[in-house]
Design a protein around this ligand. Structure first.
Ligand code: AMP
Length: 330
């Protein structure tokens, strides 16, 4: 059976885009694979975050994963930092790459621009080596992610392949699995930038899964569109409307073609009402489940402990094998 893995960093509050890019595809396929889903907490520390906030976010994400349908009888749900082999292998992965190639990574370049001149950027710089370890450690072949992670998965393959070429066959190489609809959900106010959970809490363009439902409705109703007045999908010329179409398709499980046909005679206001109704119903259902899980921290911690115990079985075996390969076992 093949292995599937994905993760979310516990920075900021989960957005609808995170659900679409990483969680939805995972939940739908979790029984087809040996499945692991983790909270990328070490990645979350690459830029400073208040310890109280990250602790709270970790529990939020655990409850959110559960509310979205992760079945812990089938899937290992755990914190990255609970399985020390991630860091061990991450360090070894850094020997498989050059400073030049890491400095050319799109995410590093864009995040570095957002940092002040003298801010610490080493964590961001070596992010791809830890991410490669997160995946290779479990021989994961399927990685459901949003389009923004494509380059990181390609690098993971490169590092794994280089290692295999030097030390002999050690790692399976992963494939990314990017959703057909919603690979890159855009900010509702500025559909030229992606929706991101690092946006401020009151950002009108970002749908946070835990936002008050009426706030979500307002955000959708005030989404940026265009002056054409016609509802159909055209990412290049109608990014705002296309983004809303992606959202309604995902939450109602319909295709872009079906949405084009169904909403072709709608004006923008009526179409937005449809999007808002669908998205709000969808999120409300998840929120109800979320709060049930979130109120029981003891259970959430138990889930993470059990998940880490399960993940550690693979990880320790793999790390032992890696150490043998490189000559660190005597
Ligand atoms: P992060 O927010 O970087 O922890 O990402 C967690 C998951 O959400 C990854 O699979 C990302 O690719 C996905 N993701 C983040 N932002 C978006 C977006 N705007 N559209 C689609 N997927 C996204």
């Amino acid at each position: 059976m093949k292995t599937m893995i994905t993760g979310v960093r516990p920075t900021g509050s989960i957005t609808l885009a995170n659900y679409i890019g990483g969680i939805k595809g995972f939940v739908e396929q979790q029984y087809k694979y040996n499945s692991l889903i983790f909270i990328a907490d070490i990645h979350g520390l690459t830029t400073y975050i208040d310890p109280k906030e990250i602790r709270n976010n970790i529990l939020d994400i655990t409850a959110m994963y559960m509310a979205c349908g992760i079945d812990i009888n089938n899937t290992a749900l755990f914190m990255q930092s609970d399985v020390l082999e991630h860091c061990n292998l991450g360090f070894l992965m850094s020997f498989q790459c050059s400073v030049g190639e890491l400095s050319r990574m799109t995410q590093f370049k864009s995040k570095k621009q957002q940092l002040g001149k003298n801010e610490k950027d080493m964590g961001l710089f070596i992010y791809p080596t830890l991410m490669a370890a997160d995946i290779l450690l479990y021989d994961a072949e399927i990685v459901p992610v949003g389009a923004d992670q494509r380059q990181h998965i390609e690098k993971t393959r490169d590092f794994g392949e280089r290692f295999n070429n030097i030390y002999g066959n050690t790692f399976k190489l992963p494939e990314y699995q990017i959703p057909k609809i919603g690979a890159k959900i855009m900010n509702l106010q500025d559909p030229t930038i992606k929706m991101s959970k690092s946006a401020p809490k009151d950002d009108k363009g970002t749908i946070f899964m835990l936002d008050d439902i009426e706030i979500t409705r307002k955000k959708i109703m005030s989404a940026c569109t265009d002056s054409d007045g016609k509802v159909y999908y055209d990412e290049e010329n109608k990014p705002g409307i296309s983004n809303l179409i992606s959202l309604i398709c995902v939450v109602n499980n319909i295709t872009i073609e079906e949405a084009n046909e169904k909403y072709k005679d709608y004006n923008y206001k009526d179409f937005k009402i449809e999007v808002a109704d669908s998205v709000c119903n969808f999120i409300k259902e998840i929120q109800d489940k979320f709060y049930q899980y979130r109120n029981d921290e003891k259970y959430l911690k138990e889930i993470l402990t059990n998940g880490a115990n399960k993940a550690r079985v693979y990880a320790s075996k793999k790390m032992k094998f890696v150490k043998e390969k490189v000559g660190l076992s005597i």
